[in-house]
Design a protein around this ligand. Structure first.
Ligand code: C5P
Length: 298
């Protein structure tokens, strides 16, 4: 998450994420799934501009890098950005208002966490702008109530292992930038539907530890072999675009492609920036869907 001042307004770049590893470790009594996942922020960002208003009220305006994304953006109080602002105001008794202009580049229903990142940016930005003075722990607690992925974005690490519902964030160092090509098929997937479709395939969940060790050693090909996402099978049950997207990446020359989160976006971990530009160029010519060439960090 990156902040800059523009007059009275605060502008935030809210990054997308990729899951390099996602294991489901069981179902919880509250209906959620216990996860172990490794996430990185990437340079594909939404941009939010927060302009303080003297009267109470949250005004949200959105524009879209891709027109097709407009219908996947919930209006009014159903929007996570609005809810985050309302919850912060309610939690702190703040009587100020804000106008929020968002430029959406991260496609919805893609497993890249755009909605969660925007909401996390809203909590952090408004806590500064309204001077509501919530501590990092207070913000963490609000974030966890709003959704499972928000805490990762509130903390804004380079790399993190997330557990629980996803809200327990353990930041880790990232020794070198990682380069990716991301393919978002034309259709998206709803997270809840993918989790509903999930059936355990093995009695013993995989551990993220071997992947972390490989990443530490900086071996890209070794790292690629350990990428994993337990939600791929249920997502592929719901959409033929998942298998097609993974196959398109392979056919373009990308090894060991993976779906991110609950899909529908898929990605390839590349050997470096040149490899990513090469693969991204080939995919843009061939694939059905949108393609980004990105690296870790914002
Ligand atoms: O927490 P969030 O609102 O992002 O989750 C969306 C839905 O995905 C939840 O309502 C739940 O059905 C499912 N989910 C889950 N286990 C998780 C995270 C999400 O079952 N750890």
């Amino acid at each position: 998450m990156r902040f800059r001042r523009q007059g009275a307004a605060l502008v935030v770049d809210a990054p997308a994420k990729l899951n390099l590893f996602l294991e489901v470790c069981g179902k919880r009594p509250d209906g959620y799934h216990q996860l172990e996942t490794l996430m990185v922020p990437i340079g594909l960002c939404d941009t939010l501009r927060f302009t303080p208003q003297p009267q109470p009220g949250i005004e949200l305006r959105a524009c879209f890098a891709c027109d097709a994304d407009a219908h996947g953006f919930p209006p009014g109080d159903d929007n996570l950005i609005v809810r985050a602002a309302q919850w912060l105001a309610a939690a702190t008794g703040c009587r100020l208002g804000v106008r929020i202009d968002v430029l959406k580049r991260i496609p919805p229903a893609s497993g890249m966490g755009g909605g969660s990142s925007d909401a996390a940016a809203t909590l952090v930005a408004l806590n500064r702008l309204w001077q509501t003075g919530l501590s990092d722990d207070d913000l963490d607690a609000l974030a966890a109530r709003l959704g499972s992925d928000l805490n990762f974005f509130v903390r804004s690490p380079q790399l993190a292992v997330c557990s629980g519902r996803g809200e327990i964030v353990e930041p880790r160092p990232l020794r070198r930038a990682l380069h990716f090509v991301v393919l978002r098929p034309l259709g998206g997937l709803a997270t809840a539907a993918v989790f509903r479709e999930y059936r355990p395939e093995t009695a013993r969940p995989r551990s993220v530890a071997p992947l972390l060790a490989r990443l530490e050693r900086g071996s890209i090909s070794g790292t690629r072999d350990l990428l994993f996402n337990a939600l791929t099978a249920p997502a592929a049950q719901l959409s033929a675009e998942i298998a097609a997207g993974l196959q398109q990446i392979r056919a373009a020359g990308g090894a060991a492609p993976l779906m991110t989160g609950s899909g529908s976006a898929c990605f390839c971990l590349c050997n470096g920036a040149r490899h990513a530009r090469w693969l991204g160029g080939r995919l843009r010519q061939r694939a059905a869907g949108r393609v980004w060439i990105v690296c870790t960090g914002v």
